[in-house]
Design a protein around this ligand. Sequence first.
Ligand code: SF4
Length: 450
Amino acid sequence: MSVILKENIPTANEKPIPPPMCQPPKRTPKFYADDKANYTILCPQMASIHFALAKTVFSQNGYHLEVLPEVNRDAIEEGLRYVNNDACYPAIVVVGQLIQALKSGKYDLNRTALLISQTCGGCRSTNYATFLKIAVLKAGFGNISVAPFNVNLSSEPNAEGISMTPAMSQQLVLAFFIGDLLMRTSNHCRPYEKNAGATEQLVAAWIERAKPVIAEGKMRDVSKLAPGIIADFEALELVGENSRPKVGIVGEILLKYHEGANNRLIEVIEREGGEAVVPDILDFALYCLTSDWHRAAYSNVPMKNYLKSTFLVWLVERHRKKIQKRLEKSERFSAMCGVRHLIKKAETLVSTCNQTGEGWLLAADMVEMMESGVRNIICVQPFGCLPNHIVGKGLVKELRNRYSDANISALDFDPGATEVNQLNRIKLMMAIAVRNQRKKNNADLKNEEK
Ligand code: SF4
């Protein structure tokens, strides 16, 4: 209990002591698209194929973007130094990677800005830009700008951050069409390739071939690239194709795609005898774009935003159908299914008003995988990520009720999680997956002999 001493109370003749002057909070300088020619923009890594292609789009539009390489343990330690450890693990990974780059001495600190994504929803990822700004100030880089990047239909035209022109948006979507296709085809071929390394060589070759088309292209130019990619991957020599269990990876976006953040999960699955199946990244953008559709039933959504998102989803899906149709003809690869189909799948389990984190998309991915025969799923989520625990781990019981052979394992990631624990859980899950697949292979063999 505080005690007010009599001698501290000003008497009638004394002037009251003025309150201490409040210092204005320190802020990092703002980044506007007009500054692009003067800055190197550092971008944290998330999905290596997609980001290699996206970099071309930024270069074409006058940005000097540098996608940072792998995340290592030092980057995570760096993140922990500047972000409170009760923040989300992806924030720690991303901030750590960027601060590590600033400290590396490789960049002119008067001409460097940092790119960070923002989802503009109810989740903490909306605040990643603020986390980063605070970290940058704490680390003593007060003159470094932070450029937020988001899929926000209501943002002002001259808002802070990267400004997406219609042409740039089209190129970026085209880059993600091709990134998703290369990820899909390479994940299927790699575990069975006859000549070690052949799949990765083909991916690297197609990234280089796709870059000039994407730099000059529009979404419709997907038909210049996709048929060739599918044909080349169909021609790859494989051994024992489809004999391995398919293992779906779902969950938080950074952990799902970033091999550094998820401790090389795809490599582990392949080493343990499986084939990884990873959903398209573009589905996440479509999931963000459709959020107004579901909200409109319960709240006041501006008609302008509603129509804009409906048009954009239609446009993207219209061009993605070209890949989908070609994949449907393929005997080797499975096709994507479209966002409306995913919404229907999610609605069988949760309300589509689940829009924080991966929200209803996570539920939709799991149902879609189960129904397309991928009965093994690893759900990756940051420790303490409430939204994804609800629509990820929270649905496992119901999925097991629906699909008796569902083999689902939820993996938590945080800076202190030991790789050994994660590995043990994956190995256990993979042992069941391999045993089930062996039974299925034997049954198929017997049926063929009959
Ligand atoms: S989805 Fe989870 S990890 Fe990502 S920002 Fe939200 S709470 Fe954090």
